[in-house]
Ligand binder design. Structure first.
Ligand code: PEP
Length: 248
């Protein structure tokens, strides 16, 4: 059985007050069996979240990492530092990083490898723009992004990677992919993985991301190839995020 995972990406939002809200809302709760729930706050809040979430099932994630271990890279954070703060997951290749900070497939891969090398579980984010979807290039774009990374990993490394399919046109727009649209692409990603190894493809955890909320989560998560969600805006509202976790 594959791991089901709900991850809340706070992006450059949140506060110590929100961490305390989460800590109260998730204290002593029972989540659906075999569902991992991860909160991904900005770097400055990681340590406070680590302490506040001790009495909850919440795990910690980070939004990015630098590919190297240490050195003269002002403003950057390495995987080793994240591990010290008990971070379990790290996003790589989020579309905002690809777009706003010009991260190429090659740079995304360097981060992915750095995460694997220190024992962090990478969540590799992939997805097409609206122009690419309209041009009928969705599968080409998504499989290029997936393939660039996966083809360079060995089988053991591949097993550690979670993939989040996030159509760029659905991120933060309130416009969600239909369950059928999401399922079609995710089945394509799993089929691509099966080209390496069918057993591995069956174990691959695939997340949908893009305006997932408390209302649409259940329908998306019911699709056969959707194992969880990467949630942005709705992860800043404790009740909504809690409801999404219960749908998983
Ligand atoms: C995201 O940031 O990965 C995301 C999916 O955001 P939102 O849920 O706000 O669309």
């Amino acid at each position: 059985m594959r791991t089901r995972l709900i991850a809340g990406n706070w992006k450059m939002n949140g506060s110590t007050a929100l961490i305390n809200d989460f800590s109260s809302a998730f204290a002593d709760v029972t989540l659906p069996e075999a569902v991992d729930v991860v909160v991904i706050p900005p770097f400055p809040y990681l340590d406070a979240a680590r302490q506040a979430f001790r009495n909850t099932p919440l795990q910690l994630g980070a939004q990015t990492l630098n590919p190297i271990d240490s050195g003269a890279h002002t403003g950057e954070v390495s995987g080793r530092m994240l591990k010290e703060l008990e971070v379990a997951y790290v996003l790589v290749g989020h579309s905002e990083r690809r777009e706003l900070y010009r991260e190429s497939d090659e740079q995304v891969f360097d981060r992915l490898l750095a995460a694997l090398n220190v024992g962090l579980k990478p969540i590799l984010c992939v997805g097409e723009s609206l122009a690419e979807r309209d041009a009928g290039q969705t599968m080409d774009v998504v499989l290029r992004q997936v393939g660039y990374a996966m083809a360079r990993l060995d089988p053991e490394q591949r097993q550690q990677v979670v993939i989040a399919y996030e159509p760029v046109w659905a991120i933060g727009t309130g416009r969600t992919a239909t369950p059928e649209q999401a399922q079609e692409v995710m089945a394509g990603i799993r089929a691509y993985q099966a080209g390496f190894n069918t057993a591995l493809a069956e174990q691959l955890t695939l997340l949908y991301g893009g305006s997932m909320n408390a209302k649409n989560a259940a329908e998306l998560l019911a699709q056969p190839d959707i194992d969880g969600g990467l949630v942005g805006g709705a992860s800043l509202k404790t009740d909504d995020f809690y409801a999404i976790c219960q749908s998983a």
